[in-house]
Design a protein around this ligand. Structure first.
Ligand code: FAD
Length: 436
Protein backbone atom coordinates (compact mmCIF):
# COMPACT_ATOMS: atom_id res chain seq x y z
CA UNK A 1 0.00 0.00 0.00
CA UNK A 2 1.38 3.41 -0.89
CA UNK A 3 2.38 5.81 1.87
CA UNK A 4 2.92 9.56 1.66
CA UNK A 5 3.77 12.28 4.18
CA UNK A 6 0.37 13.89 3.60
CA UNK A 7 -2.87 13.02 1.84
CA UNK A 8 -5.00 15.93 0.67
CA UNK A 9 -8.63 15.01 0.04
CA UNK A 10 -10.13 17.29 -2.61
CA UNK A 11 -8.17 19.07 -5.32
CA UNK A 12 -10.14 22.31 -5.10
CA UNK A 13 -9.11 25.86 -4.21
CA UNK A 14 -7.71 24.98 -0.79
CA UNK A 15 -6.48 21.49 -1.69
CA UNK A 16 -4.34 22.70 -4.60
CA UNK A 17 -2.82 25.51 -2.53
CA UNK A 18 -2.00 23.36 0.49
CA UNK A 19 -0.63 20.51 -1.63
CA UNK A 20 1.63 22.89 -3.52
CA UNK A 21 2.94 24.55 -0.35
CA UNK A 22 3.67 21.16 1.24
CA UNK A 23 5.55 19.98 -1.84
CA UNK A 24 7.55 23.22 -1.82
CA UNK A 25 8.43 22.45 1.81
CA UNK A 26 9.92 19.12 0.70
CA UNK A 27 7.07 16.82 1.79
CA UNK A 28 5.50 14.06 -0.29
CA UNK A 29 1.79 14.53 -1.01
CA UNK A 30 -1.00 12.43 -2.47
CA UNK A 31 -3.88 14.59 -3.68
CA UNK A 32 -7.15 12.81 -4.41
CA UNK A 33 -9.86 14.59 -6.40
CA UNK A 34 -13.36 13.20 -7.00
CA UNK A 35 -13.84 14.97 -10.32
CA UNK A 36 -11.94 14.79 -13.61
CA UNK A 37 -8.92 16.86 -14.61
CA UNK A 38 -9.43 20.52 -15.46
CA UNK A 39 -8.31 19.93 -19.04
CA UNK A 40 -11.27 21.60 -20.70
CA UNK A 41 -11.36 24.78 -22.83
CA UNK A 42 -14.42 26.09 -20.97
CA UNK A 43 -12.43 25.97 -17.73
CA UNK A 44 -9.57 27.96 -19.25
CA UNK A 45 -11.48 30.76 -21.01
CA UNK A 46 -12.86 33.26 -18.47
CA UNK A 47 -16.35 33.45 -19.99
CA UNK A 48 -16.55 29.71 -20.62
CA UNK A 49 -17.54 28.55 -17.15
CA UNK A 50 -21.27 29.00 -17.76
CA UNK A 51 -20.99 26.12 -20.23
CA UNK A 52 -19.72 23.82 -17.48
CA UNK A 53 -23.05 23.80 -15.67
CA UNK A 54 -24.81 20.54 -16.36
CA UNK A 55 -21.52 18.75 -16.96
CA UNK A 56 -19.60 16.38 -14.69
CA UNK A 57 -17.41 19.28 -13.56
CA UNK A 58 -20.19 21.02 -11.61
CA UNK A 59 -22.21 19.25 -8.98
CA UNK A 60 -25.47 20.56 -7.57
CA UNK A 61 -26.32 19.83 -3.96
CA UNK A 62 -29.98 20.30 -3.07
CA UNK A 63 -31.21 21.47 0.31
CA UNK A 64 -34.20 20.24 2.21
CA UNK A 65 -37.26 22.40 1.46
CA UNK A 66 -36.56 25.69 3.24
CA UNK A 67 -39.39 27.13 5.29
CA UNK A 68 -37.82 30.59 5.21
CA UNK A 69 -37.74 30.47 1.40
CA UNK A 70 -41.38 29.54 0.94
CA UNK A 71 -40.65 25.81 1.07
CA UNK A 72 -38.28 25.92 -1.87
CA UNK A 73 -35.43 23.51 -2.39
CA UNK A 74 -32.23 25.54 -2.79
CA UNK A 75 -29.59 24.31 -5.23
CA UNK A 76 -25.92 24.99 -4.49
CA UNK A 77 -23.40 24.37 -7.26
CA UNK A 78 -19.92 23.14 -6.35
CA UNK A 79 -16.89 22.66 -8.58
CA UNK A 80 -15.97 19.02 -9.14
CA UNK A 81 -12.69 19.00 -11.02
CA UNK A 82 -9.06 19.87 -10.37
CA UNK A 83 -9.18 23.41 -9.04
CA UNK A 84 -12.68 22.81 -7.59
CA UNK A 85 -14.68 26.02 -7.36
CA UNK A 86 -11.74 28.04 -8.69
CA UNK A 87 -12.05 26.17 -12.02
CA UNK A 88 -15.75 26.88 -12.49
CA UNK A 89 -16.37 30.15 -10.65
CA UNK A 90 -16.62 33.77 -11.72
CA UNK A 91 -13.00 34.43 -10.64
CA UNK A 92 -13.94 37.48 -8.53
CA UNK A 93 -11.09 38.15 -6.10
CA UNK A 94 -12.74 38.99 -2.78
CA UNK A 95 -11.15 38.38 0.57
CA UNK A 96 -14.07 39.21 2.83
CA UNK A 97 -14.58 42.01 5.29
CA UNK A 98 -11.92 42.71 7.91
CA UNK A 99 -14.49 42.82 10.72
CA UNK A 100 -15.64 39.29 9.87
CA UNK A 101 -12.16 37.93 10.60
CA UNK A 102 -11.89 39.89 13.83
CA UNK A 103 -15.26 38.49 14.83
CA UNK A 104 -13.93 34.96 14.25
CA UNK A 105 -10.97 35.75 16.50
CA UNK A 106 -13.35 37.07 19.16
CA UNK A 107 -15.32 33.82 18.91
CA UNK A 108 -12.17 31.86 19.72
CA UNK A 109 -10.54 31.24 16.33
CA UNK A 110 -7.01 32.18 17.22
CA UNK A 111 -4.83 33.05 14.26
CA UNK A 112 -7.76 34.28 12.16
CA UNK A 113 -7.88 38.00 13.03
CA UNK A 114 -7.61 40.42 10.12
CA UNK A 115 -4.09 41.49 11.05
CA UNK A 116 -3.03 37.83 11.01
CA UNK A 117 -4.70 36.80 7.74
CA UNK A 118 -3.76 39.91 5.74
CA UNK A 119 -0.06 38.92 5.43
CA UNK A 120 -1.17 35.48 4.20
CA UNK A 121 -3.44 37.02 1.56
CA UNK A 122 -0.53 39.21 0.46
CA UNK A 123 1.87 36.29 0.28
CA UNK A 124 -0.58 34.46 -1.99
CA UNK A 125 -1.19 37.37 -4.32
CA UNK A 126 0.44 38.66 -7.51
CA UNK A 127 -1.64 41.76 -8.07
CA UNK A 128 -1.07 43.33 -11.48
CA UNK A 129 -2.24 46.86 -10.53
CA UNK A 130 -2.20 47.28 -6.75
CA UNK A 131 0.56 46.91 -4.18
CA UNK A 132 1.34 47.39 -0.47
CA UNK A 133 -0.03 48.01 2.09
CA UNK A 134 -3.05 45.89 1.09
CA UNK A 135 -1.73 43.80 -1.78
CA UNK A 136 1.07 41.43 -2.62
CA UNK A 137 2.82 41.32 -5.96
CA UNK A 138 5.03 38.21 -5.80
CA UNK A 139 2.65 35.34 -4.97
CA UNK A 140 1.32 32.59 -7.22
CA UNK A 141 -2.28 33.90 -7.42
CA UNK A 142 -2.44 36.35 -10.31
CA UNK A 143 -5.02 39.05 -9.61
CA UNK A 144 -5.79 41.47 -12.40
CA UNK A 145 -8.36 43.77 -13.94
CA UNK A 146 -10.70 42.33 -16.53
CA UNK A 147 -9.86 43.26 -20.08
CA UNK A 148 -13.52 43.23 -21.14
CA UNK A 149 -16.13 45.44 -19.52
CA UNK A 150 -19.71 45.14 -20.65
CA UNK A 151 -21.51 48.41 -21.54
CA UNK A 152 -24.42 47.42 -19.29
CA UNK A 153 -22.03 47.16 -16.35
CA UNK A 154 -20.95 50.74 -16.93
CA UNK A 155 -24.59 51.84 -16.91
CA UNK A 156 -25.23 49.85 -13.74
CA UNK A 157 -22.26 51.43 -11.98
CA UNK A 158 -23.27 54.93 -13.02
CA UNK A 159 -26.83 54.31 -11.82
CA UNK A 160 -25.52 53.11 -8.45
CA UNK A 161 -23.36 56.22 -8.09
CA UNK A 162 -26.34 58.42 -8.94
CA UNK A 163 -28.19 56.61 -6.16
CA UNK A 164 -25.46 57.68 -3.74
CA UNK A 165 -23.13 54.67 -3.58
CA UNK A 166 -19.49 55.76 -3.95
CA UNK A 167 -17.16 54.33 -6.58
CA UNK A 168 -14.56 51.97 -5.15
CA UNK A 169 -11.67 50.71 -7.23
CA UNK A 170 -10.35 48.25 -4.67
CA UNK A 171 -12.85 46.12 -2.74
CA UNK A 172 -9.92 44.44 -0.97
CA UNK A 173 -8.42 47.73 0.19
CA UNK A 174 -9.07 49.89 3.25
CA UNK A 175 -12.82 50.24 2.53
CA UNK A 176 -15.02 47.50 1.10
CA UNK A 177 -18.19 49.51 0.61
CA UNK A 178 -19.09 51.08 -2.71
CA UNK A 179 -19.54 49.99 -6.30
CA UNK A 180 -16.99 49.25 -9.00
CA UNK A 181 -15.30 46.64 -11.15
CA UNK A 182 -14.11 43.45 -9.51
CA UNK A 183 -10.54 42.30 -9.81
CA UNK A 184 -10.29 38.68 -10.91
CA UNK A 185 -7.89 35.74 -10.81
CA UNK A 186 -6.94 36.01 -14.48
CA UNK A 187 -3.47 35.13 -15.78
CA UNK A 188 -1.44 37.29 -18.17
CA UNK A 189 -2.06 34.82 -21.01
CA UNK A 190 -5.82 35.52 -20.76
CA UNK A 191 -6.64 32.18 -19.12
CA UNK A 192 -8.34 31.49 -15.78
CA UNK A 193 -5.86 31.50 -12.91
CA UNK A 194 -7.49 28.66 -10.95
CA UNK A 195 -5.78 27.15 -7.92
CA UNK A 196 -4.98 24.15 -10.12
CA UNK A 197 -3.35 26.38 -12.73
CA UNK A 198 -1.31 28.58 -10.42
CA UNK A 199 -0.56 26.30 -7.45
CA UNK A 200 -0.86 22.68 -8.50
CA UNK A 201 0.48 22.71 -12.05
CA UNK A 202 3.90 24.17 -11.14
CA UNK A 203 4.20 21.53 -8.37
CA UNK A 204 3.32 18.70 -10.75
CA UNK A 205 6.87 18.61 -12.07
CA UNK A 206 8.16 17.07 -8.85
CA UNK A 207 7.95 13.39 -7.92
CA UNK A 208 6.88 14.40 -4.41
CA UNK A 209 3.36 15.14 -5.69
CA UNK A 210 1.02 12.43 -6.87
CA UNK A 211 -2.42 13.46 -8.09
CA UNK A 212 -5.30 11.06 -8.62
CA UNK A 213 -8.46 12.34 -10.32
CA UNK A 214 -11.86 10.66 -10.74
CA UNK A 215 -11.35 9.05 -7.33
CA UNK A 216 -13.85 9.49 -4.54
CA UNK A 217 -12.65 9.28 -0.94
CA UNK A 218 -15.33 7.38 0.99
CA UNK A 219 -13.79 7.29 4.45
CA UNK A 220 -10.85 8.20 6.61
CA UNK A 221 -8.93 5.27 8.05
CA UNK A 222 -8.19 5.69 11.74
CA UNK A 223 -6.08 3.80 14.24
CA UNK A 224 -6.04 4.54 17.95
CA UNK A 225 -8.14 7.62 17.32
CA UNK A 226 -5.75 9.13 14.77
CA UNK A 227 -6.14 9.41 10.99
CA UNK A 228 -3.64 7.14 9.25
CA UNK A 229 -5.02 7.02 5.71
CA UNK A 230 -8.05 7.07 3.42
CA UNK A 231 -10.12 4.63 1.41
CA UNK A 232 -11.18 5.66 -2.04
CA UNK A 233 -12.86 4.31 -5.15
CA UNK A 234 -12.19 5.15 -8.77
CA UNK A 235 -14.76 5.64 -11.53
CA UNK A 236 -15.04 1.92 -12.15
CA UNK A 237 -15.69 1.29 -8.46
CA UNK A 238 -12.25 -0.24 -7.88
CA UNK A 239 -11.24 0.36 -4.26
CA UNK A 240 -7.92 1.77 -3.10
CA UNK A 241 -6.32 2.69 0.19
CA UNK A 242 -3.40 4.98 0.94
CA UNK A 243 -1.56 5.74 4.17
CA UNK A 244 0.12 8.79 5.69
CA UNK A 245 3.18 9.36 7.82
CA UNK A 246 1.94 12.80 8.94
CA UNK A 247 -1.62 13.99 8.33
CA UNK A 248 -4.77 13.55 6.28
CA UNK A 249 -5.91 17.00 5.21
CA UNK A 250 -9.60 17.38 4.34
CA UNK A 251 -10.18 20.01 1.66
CA UNK A 252 -13.32 18.63 0.06
CA UNK A 253 -15.29 21.87 0.37
CA UNK A 254 -17.84 23.19 2.84
CA UNK A 255 -20.45 20.53 2.10
CA UNK A 256 -18.37 17.44 1.39
CA UNK A 257 -15.81 17.84 4.19
CA UNK A 258 -18.25 17.41 7.10
CA UNK A 259 -20.00 14.73 5.08
CA UNK A 260 -16.75 12.75 4.82
CA UNK A 261 -16.15 13.13 8.54
CA UNK A 262 -19.66 11.86 9.22
CA UNK A 263 -19.19 8.90 6.89
CA UNK A 264 -16.03 8.14 8.84
CA UNK A 265 -17.90 8.06 12.12
CA UNK A 266 -17.09 11.57 13.31
CA UNK A 267 -20.28 13.59 13.73
CA UNK A 268 -23.59 13.69 15.59
CA UNK A 269 -23.63 10.26 17.25
CA UNK A 270 -27.39 9.71 17.17
CA UNK A 271 -27.66 10.57 13.48
CA UNK A 272 -24.77 8.27 12.58
CA UNK A 273 -26.09 5.38 14.67
CA UNK A 274 -29.48 5.71 13.02
CA UNK A 275 -27.76 5.17 9.66
CA UNK A 276 -25.70 2.25 10.94
CA UNK A 277 -22.40 4.12 10.87
CA UNK A 278 -20.16 3.13 13.81
CA UNK A 279 -19.54 6.24 15.92
CA UNK A 280 -15.85 6.95 16.30
CA UNK A 281 -16.36 10.31 17.95
CA UNK A 282 -19.66 11.92 18.88
CA UNK A 283 -19.14 15.46 17.55
CA UNK A 284 -22.50 17.22 17.16
CA UNK A 285 -20.79 20.28 15.70
CA UNK A 286 -19.63 18.43 12.58
CA UNK A 287 -22.07 19.55 9.89
CA UNK A 288 -23.73 22.10 12.15
CA UNK A 289 -23.72 25.87 11.71
CA UNK A 290 -23.68 25.78 7.94
CA UNK A 291 -24.45 29.15 6.46
CA UNK A 292 -24.24 30.54 2.97
CA UNK A 293 -25.29 33.55 0.97
CA UNK A 294 -28.34 33.42 -1.25
CA UNK A 295 -28.70 35.27 -4.48
CA UNK A 296 -31.78 37.41 -4.74
CA UNK A 297 -32.15 38.31 -8.40
CA UNK A 298 -33.74 41.54 -9.60
CA UNK A 299 -34.33 41.80 -13.34
CA UNK A 300 -34.61 44.97 -15.37
CA UNK A 301 -35.90 45.38 -18.90
CA UNK A 302 -33.51 47.02 -21.36
CA UNK A 303 -34.52 48.85 -24.52
CA UNK A 304 -31.69 47.62 -26.78
CA UNK A 305 -30.63 44.02 -27.48
CA UNK A 306 -27.15 44.34 -26.02
CA UNK A 307 -27.35 41.87 -23.16
CA UNK A 308 -25.56 38.52 -23.10
CA UNK A 309 -28.73 36.68 -24.04
CA UNK A 310 -28.08 34.61 -27.19
CA UNK A 311 -24.38 35.49 -27.37
CA UNK A 312 -23.51 31.86 -26.65
CA UNK A 313 -25.31 30.58 -29.71
CA UNK A 314 -24.49 30.02 -33.40
CA UNK A 315 -22.43 32.53 -35.35
CA UNK A 316 -22.26 34.95 -32.45
CA UNK A 317 -20.65 32.30 -30.27
CA UNK A 318 -18.24 31.40 -33.07
CA UNK A 319 -17.19 35.03 -33.46
CA UNK A 320 -16.49 35.34 -29.73
CA UNK A 321 -14.51 32.11 -29.78
CA UNK A 322 -12.34 33.21 -32.72
CA UNK A 323 -11.79 36.61 -31.14
CA UNK A 324 -10.71 34.98 -27.89
CA UNK A 325 -8.44 32.41 -29.52
CA UNK A 326 -6.73 34.88 -31.86
CA UNK A 327 -6.57 38.10 -29.87
CA UNK A 328 -7.57 37.34 -26.27
CA UNK A 329 -10.24 40.04 -26.50
CA UNK A 330 -14.04 40.14 -26.59
CA UNK A 331 -16.85 38.65 -24.58
CA UNK A 332 -15.05 35.43 -23.65
CA UNK A 333 -12.47 37.53 -21.79
CA UNK A 334 -15.33 38.55 -19.49
CA UNK A 335 -16.16 36.70 -16.28
CA UNK A 336 -19.85 37.60 -16.93
CA UNK A 337 -19.99 39.33 -13.53
CA UNK A 338 -17.51 42.13 -14.10
CA UNK A 339 -18.91 44.68 -11.65
CA UNK A 340 -20.90 45.06 -8.49
CA UNK A 341 -20.52 46.40 -5.01
CA UNK A 342 -20.85 46.11 -1.27
CA UNK A 343 -23.50 47.93 0.69
CA UNK A 344 -23.82 48.60 4.40
CA UNK A 345 -27.61 48.76 4.71
CA UNK A 346 -27.71 49.09 8.49
CA UNK A 347 -24.99 51.69 9.02
CA UNK A 348 -23.13 49.24 11.26
CA UNK A 349 -19.86 49.91 9.42
CA UNK A 350 -19.72 46.56 7.60
CA UNK A 351 -21.24 45.38 4.32
CA UNK A 352 -24.24 43.12 4.62
CA UNK A 353 -25.15 42.95 0.93
CA UNK A 354 -22.98 42.15 -2.06
CA UNK A 355 -24.30 43.24 -5.45
CA UNK A 356 -23.46 41.64 -8.79
CA UNK A 357 -24.41 43.36 -12.03
CA UNK A 358 -24.95 40.61 -14.59
CA UNK A 359 -25.57 41.88 -18.12
CA UNK A 360 -27.97 39.08 -18.95
CA UNK A 361 -27.75 35.40 -18.46
CA UNK A 362 -27.12 32.88 -21.22
CA UNK A 363 -29.92 30.31 -21.40
CA UNK A 364 -29.09 27.35 -19.16
CA UNK A 365 -28.75 23.87 -20.60
CA UNK A 366 -31.78 21.86 -19.69
CA UNK A 367 -29.66 19.11 -18.24
CA UNK A 368 -28.19 21.66 -15.83
CA UNK A 369 -31.51 22.12 -14.06
CA UNK A 370 -31.77 20.49 -10.68
CA UNK A 371 -34.84 18.29 -10.85
CA UNK A 372 -36.27 19.34 -7.54
CA UNK A 373 -36.43 22.93 -8.72
CA UNK A 374 -37.71 22.00 -12.15
CA UNK A 375 -40.65 20.16 -10.72
CA UNK A 376 -41.69 23.02 -8.52
CA UNK A 377 -45.16 24.33 -9.25
CA UNK A 378 -44.58 27.38 -7.13
CA UNK A 379 -45.43 30.33 -9.39
CA UNK A 380 -43.22 32.68 -7.42
CA UNK A 381 -39.64 33.32 -8.57
CA UNK A 382 -37.13 30.85 -7.18
CA UNK A 383 -34.50 31.91 -4.72
CA UNK A 384 -31.21 30.27 -5.50
CA UNK A 385 -27.52 30.80 -5.18
CA UNK A 386 -25.58 32.11 -8.14
CA UNK A 387 -25.43 29.56 -10.92
CA UNK A 388 -28.76 27.92 -10.25
CA UNK A 389 -30.36 27.89 -13.68
CA UNK A 390 -33.95 27.50 -12.56
CA UNK A 391 -34.54 31.16 -11.92
CA UNK A 392 -37.38 33.01 -13.52
CA UNK A 393 -35.62 34.83 -16.37
CA UNK A 394 -38.50 36.85 -17.76
CA UNK A 395 -37.67 40.54 -17.83
CA UNK A 396 -39.54 42.62 -15.32
CA UNK A 397 -40.46 39.68 -13.10
CA UNK A 398 -40.98 40.18 -9.39
CA UNK A 399 -38.29 39.14 -7.00
CA UNK A 400 -38.05 37.95 -3.46
CA UNK A 401 -36.80 40.41 -0.89
CA UNK A 402 -33.73 39.47 1.13
CA UNK A 403 -35.05 37.87 4.28
CA UNK A 404 -31.96 36.16 5.61
CA UNK A 405 -31.10 37.60 8.97
CA UNK A 406 -27.43 37.66 9.91
CA UNK A 407 -26.61 34.59 11.96
CA UNK A 408 -29.02 32.27 10.12
CA UNK A 409 -27.67 28.74 10.30
CA UNK A 410 -28.45 25.34 8.83
CA UNK A 411 -26.90 21.93 9.25
CA UNK A 412 -25.65 19.15 7.02
CA UNK A 413 -27.19 15.79 7.66
CA UNK A 414 -26.60 12.49 5.93
CA UNK A 415 -29.68 11.10 4.25
CA UNK A 416 -29.87 7.50 3.08
CA UNK A 417 -31.10 7.03 -0.46
CA UNK A 418 -31.72 3.34 0.14
CA UNK A 419 -32.60 1.35 3.21
CA UNK A 420 -29.20 -0.34 3.36
CA UNK A 421 -27.50 1.89 5.95
CA UNK A 422 -23.84 2.78 6.02
CA UNK A 423 -22.62 0.55 3.21
CA UNK A 424 -25.15 2.06 0.84
CA UNK A 425 -24.02 5.45 1.99
CA UNK A 426 -20.49 4.79 0.91
CA UNK A 427 -21.67 3.36 -2.39
CA UNK A 428 -23.86 6.41 -2.97
CA UNK A 429 -20.71 8.36 -3.84
CA UNK A 430 -20.79 12.10 -3.64
CA UNK A 431 -24.40 12.73 -4.53
CA UNK A 432 -26.22 12.52 -1.24
CA UNK A 433 -26.17 15.23 1.34
CA UNK A 434 -28.99 17.41 2.53
CA UNK A 435 -29.28 20.25 4.91
CA UNK A 436 -32.18 21.63 6.78
C1 FAD B 1 -20.55 28.79 -9.68
C2 FAD B 1 -19.66 29.36 -8.59
C3 FAD B 1 -19.25 30.68 -8.66
C4 FAD B 1 -18.43 31.20 -7.68
N1 FAD B 1 -17.90 32.46 -7.85
C5 FAD B 1 -16.96 32.90 -6.98
C6 FAD B 1 -16.24 34.09 -7.24
O1 FAD B 1 -16.40 34.74 -8.27
N2 FAD B 1 -15.33 34.51 -6.31
C7 FAD B 1 -15.09 33.77 -5.17
O2 FAD B 1 -14.25 34.20 -4.34
N3 FAD B 1 -15.73 32.62 -4.93
C8 FAD B 1 -16.62 32.17 -5.82
N4 FAD B 1 -17.21 30.95 -5.62
C9 FAD B 1 -16.86 30.22 -4.39
C10 FAD B 1 -15.47 29.60 -4.44
O3 FAD B 1 -15.21 29.01 -5.70
C11 FAD B 1 -15.38 28.57 -3.31
O4 FAD B 1 -15.61 29.27 -2.09
C12 FAD B 1 -14.05 27.88 -3.23
O5 FAD B 1 -13.70 27.28 -4.45
C13 FAD B 1 -14.11 26.84 -2.11
O6 FAD B 1 -12.86 26.21 -2.02
P1 FAD B 1 -12.67 24.84 -1.27
O7 FAD B 1 -11.25 24.44 -1.46
O8 FAD B 1 -13.19 24.98 0.11
O9 FAD B 1 -13.65 23.83 -2.01
P2 FAD B 1 -13.74 23.46 -3.55
O10 FAD B 1 -12.97 24.41 -4.40
O11 FAD B 1 -15.18 23.25 -3.83
O12 FAD B 1 -12.97 22.08 -3.64
C14 FAD B 1 -13.44 20.89 -3.09
C15 FAD B 1 -12.98 19.76 -4.00
O13 FAD B 1 -13.10 18.55 -3.29
C16 FAD B 1 -13.58 17.55 -4.17
N5 FAD B 1 -14.22 16.53 -3.34
C17 FAD B 1 -15.39 16.61 -2.67
N6 FAD B 1 -15.63 15.48 -2.02
C18 FAD B 1 -14.60 14.64 -2.29
C19 FAD B 1 -14.29 13.31 -1.90
N7 FAD B 1 -15.09 12.62 -1.07
N8 FAD B 1 -13.15 12.75 -2.40
C20 FAD B 1 -12.33 13.44 -3.22
N9 FAD B 1 -12.58 14.72 -3.61
C21 FAD B 1 -13.70 15.31 -3.13
C22 FAD B 1 -14.54 18.29 -5.09
O14 FAD B 1 -14.74 17.59 -6.30
C23 FAD B 1 -13.83 19.63 -5.26
O15 FAD B 1 -12.99 19.65 -6.40
C24 FAD B 1 -18.05 30.41 -6.58
C25 FAD B 1 -18.47 29.08 -6.49
C26 FAD B 1 -19.25 28.55 -7.50
C27 FAD B 1 -19.64 27.10 -7.42
Amino acid sequence: METHDYIVVGGGSAGCAVASRLVQAGRSVLLIEAGPTDDNPFVRMPGGFVKLFGTERVQFYLSEPQASAGGRVVAVPQGRTLGGGSSVNAMIYIRGGSTDYDEWRDMGCSGWSWSEVLPVFKRAEANQRLAAPYHGTDGPLVVSDLRFRHPLSLVGLQAAQEAGYPYNDDFNGPVQQGVGFFQVTLKADGERGSAAAVYLRPAMGTRRLKTITDAYVGSIVTENGAAVGVKFADKTGAQGEARVREEVILAAGTLATPKLLQLSGIGPGDDLSALGIPVLRDSPEVGANFHDHLDVPFYVRIDRPISLLGEDKGLKALRHLVQYRLFRTGLLMSNVVDSGGFIDTTGAGRSDIQIHFIPGRPAARRSARPRALDQSRDPRPQVARDGSPALDQSPGSDSVRPQIPRGTRGCLRLRARHQGGAQDWRAAGDKEVGWG
